[in-house]
Design a protein around this ligand. Structure first.
Ligand code: 7PM
Length: 310
């Protein structure tokens, strides 16, 4: 039983809390993420959380007819995501799948640029380009891309330099190793600290290269050089990435962390994807990268309806 001593100080003063709440109670509260010295616990602002819809760019290099149809398919997907309430469309022309083949600059440009142009001319929506290549970044910005999403966190030659000449937001993602080998033997002594250390170094490299810290969005990179358990640890500790005061992006949608945990194929991972999205939003995620826009928007609306009364 925890017994508090009778108080003599003002109950609201810090001294009161320090002197009369037993240390082990303070520790227990901290373990539960409740700070006894903070009058009202910090609340997450859900009103500005954005849903980023993943647009699959299917490689289609057989004929012009084929290319036309993949563009049409892409636009149809965007149309549906818009109706579902998407905020940002994420276009990726390079597969970062473990063991995936490398894509040439020419190939990646031919997948991304026509689609970007077509979307920007038809829809009023923000478009993010998922790329690690400086040339793709430059060409995309030339064609009105609104954001750059780089799974290699601008470590490739020329990227920082190109982006320093612009003013759009940039997502820096953490990955251990390279897509070819990252899932072979992921290993960390303290995964949270190591990822935060990586963020600190990348923020500093960007700053030195002329990119304002305020433009940066951080992402711990679920599935990129992490075991299933490590991915769930990241989700449990997600709020620790708020340390830099920057916006956070979370991408767990349909990933193998969910598939392996639940033994579900790609099409059966919706419940797991929504649950993990909500868990990261509750810990301060600002952008949620998903395949299932309609369902995620519904989940977010439900969360907001509850938060109004909390
Ligand atoms: C195959 C395996 C295809 C993995 C695609 C993927 C993220 C990302 C990706 C993420 C950010 C996927 C990944 N994942 N960008 N790009 N964060 N910022 O499942 O988690 O979509 S590609």
């Amino acid at each position: 039983m925890i017994r508090l001593k009778p108080y003599r100080l003002e109950p609201s003063s810090k001294a009161f809390l320090f002197n009369y709440i037993p240390i082990r109670l303070i520790k227990a509260l901290h373990l539960n993420n409740i700070n006894p010295l903070q009058k009202t616990p910090k609340r997450v602002d859900y009103s500005s959380v954005k849903v980023m819809g993943i647009l699959n760019v299917t490689p289609d290099s057989f004929s012009d007819g084929g290319k036309f149809s993949s563009l049409e398919k892409g636009l149809k997907q965007v149309d549906k995501m818009m109706a579902d309430g998407v905020d940002i469309i994420d276009i990726g022309g390079e597969s970062t799948r473990p063991g995936a083949e490398k894509v040439s600059e020419k190939e990646e440009l031919s997948r991304v640029i026509p689609l970007l142009k077509a979307i920007k001319s038809r829809f009023n929506v923000d478009v993010s380009i998922d790329t690690s290549k400086a040339i793709v970044m430059a060409e995309s910005i030339e064609h009105s891309a609104d954001m750059i999403n780089d799974v290699r966190a601008l470590q490739n030659e020329g990227c920082i330099n190109i982006l320093a000449q612009t003013n759009i937001p940039i997502c820096l993602m953490h990955m251990q190793g390279l897509p070819e080998t990252m899932q072979e033997n992921p290993s960390y002594s303290n995964i949270i600290e190591e990822i935060n250390c990586f963020f600190e170094n990348r923020i500093s490299a960007c700053h030195q290269g002329g990119i304002n810290k305020e433009r940066l969005i951080l992402d711990p990179g679920f599935g990129f050089g992490k075991t299933i358990d490590q991915n769930f640890e990241l989700l449990a500790e997600y709020s620790q990435f708020k340390r830099f005061g920057l916006s956070l992006l979370s991408g767990t949608s349909r990933k193998s962390m969910i598939g392996n945990l639940l033994n579900r194929n790609i099409k059966q991972r919706l419940a797991g994807s929504l649950t993990s999205a909500i868990i990261s939003i509750q810990q301060g995620a600002n952008i949620i990268r998903v395949h299932d826009v309609q369902e995620t928007v519904d989940a977010l609306k439900t969360l907001k309806a509850v938060a109004k009364f909390q």
